[in-house]
Design a protein around this ligand. Structure first.
Ligand code: NAD
Length: 339
């Protein structure tokens, strides 16, 4: 087992994903404070993880001075406010995806980090799925030649229980949209592997969730990348009764690869000139929230990287710039859909 780091973390928002964070922090570093606006949740979480708990962000940031990094696990629409408060208090920030629900907010977060001379990390844990890490590696090595086109499929199920169990999911201001909450780390893969997006055409609709979701539950998107590649995103949370597929297919001059499975965790197809992907390490498990499943649970890799950055000057795997770019692409898609 690796030696525990002395880095001290605090968590804002003691909900579902915060449990993953706490688990890895306790394993790899120190958890020194948590806060949640719901007093009973803060108390339960603090008691469970044996650390001081607070009912407001301001209270925690004022009271606890020995924090190194604040993990922001609050609803999407509060990421900017909470990250900026933590940075202004003199702490670095590890922000859950999506970085924010507007590029203006991402920029404000980055400016604050620069002014405070603190680090700002954003979580995009799908990058650590073994088949995706390999895909990125061989694209960067040029083994597929020029990337011609890409297809991203996001076919999950989010039912009424999912939205009625939350006071922010499905709300325009705090959630932002299906691409922000369910699929921002899928969009990140397009940016990471194929590059930035130049032009977008999009159609969206709310077919099954008009009564509890203030935005689309389905979208069909056509993209043109600055590289000249073209692509599509077909996404929905209406896959009947259960998650069906999360997949990316890349067509290059010298090879075709599909990474699929429910969570972009399985190498489903490969045909590459003079090369074969072999012996991939096994993928981890998806985050399991009982009545629904989320993305692959690679948060341990994120924490290892954050600790490595602080302790050994390692390179950041997912930077604030990546977070900003993904938010910009999602904004472009929604702008195109609303034309
Ligand atoms: N990377 C991933 O795979 C992944 C998975 C799930 C969720 N997330 C992201 O994590 C974030 C949280 O999602 P969740 O599913 O854990 O939601 P959740 O509703 O379970 O937890 C959010 C918590 O934040 C608290 N909160 C709300 N406003 C607050 C405030 N002003 N101050 C302090 N606490 C406040 C809520 O009371 C709640 O306990 C979201 O941004 C979501 O997109 C990421």
């Amino acid at each position: 087992m690796k030696e525990k780091s002395n880095l001290r973390f605090a968590i804002i928002g003691c909900g579902r994903i915060a449990e993953r964070h706490a688990e890895h922090i306790e394993h790899l570093a120190q958890l020194v404070a948590v806060c949640d606006k719901k007093p009973e949740r803060a108390k339960m979480f603090g008691d469970k993880h044996n650390c001081p708990y607070f009912n407001s962000v301001d209270e925690m940031l004022a009271a606890v001075k020995n924090i190194d990094i604040v993990s922001v696990c609050s609803p999407n629409g509060l990421h900017a406010e909470h990250s900026i408060k933590a940075l202004n208090a003199g702490f670095s920030v590890l922000c859950e995806k999506p970085m924010a629900t507007s590029s203006r907010d991402c920029e404000r977060m980055m400016q604050t980090a620069e002014k405070a001379n603190k680090r700002l990390f954003v979580i995009k844990q799908n990058r650590f799925n073994p088949p995706l890490a390999k895909l990125k590696e061989i694209v960067d090595e040029g083994r597929l030649g020029k990337i011609l086109s890409v297809q991203l499929n996001c076919f999950w199920n989010r039912n009424d229980e999912y939205y009625s169990n939350s006071d922010w999911k499905g709300k325009k201001l705090l959630d932002g949209g299906t691409l922000f909450t369910q699929y921002s780390h899928f969009v990140d893969l397009l940016y990471w592997i194929v590059g930035d997006v130049k032009n977008v055409h999009a159609f969206t609709g709310n077919f099954m969730h008009k009564h509890n979701v203030e935005f689309e539950d389905t979208g069909a998107v056509i993209l043109e990348f600055y590289s000249g590649a073209i692509g599509t995103i077909n996404y929905t949370v209406n896959s009947y009764k259960k998650n069906m597929e999360g997949s990316i297919t890349i067509f290059g001059e010298k090879g075709t690869i599909k990474v699929g499975g429910q969570y972009l965790n399985v190498l489903e197809y490969q045909n590459i000139e003079g090369y074969e992907i072999k012996d991939l390490p096994e993928s981890g498990k998806a985050n399991d929230y009982g009545f629904y499943q989320g993305s692959m649970s690679n948060h341990d890799k994120i924490y290892e990287n954050v600790i490595d950055v602080f302790s050994n000057n390692a390179a950041v795997t997912t930077s604030a710039l990546d977070g900003l770019k993904v938010t910009q692409i999602i904004e472009k898609i929604y702008e195109a859909a609303n034309k």
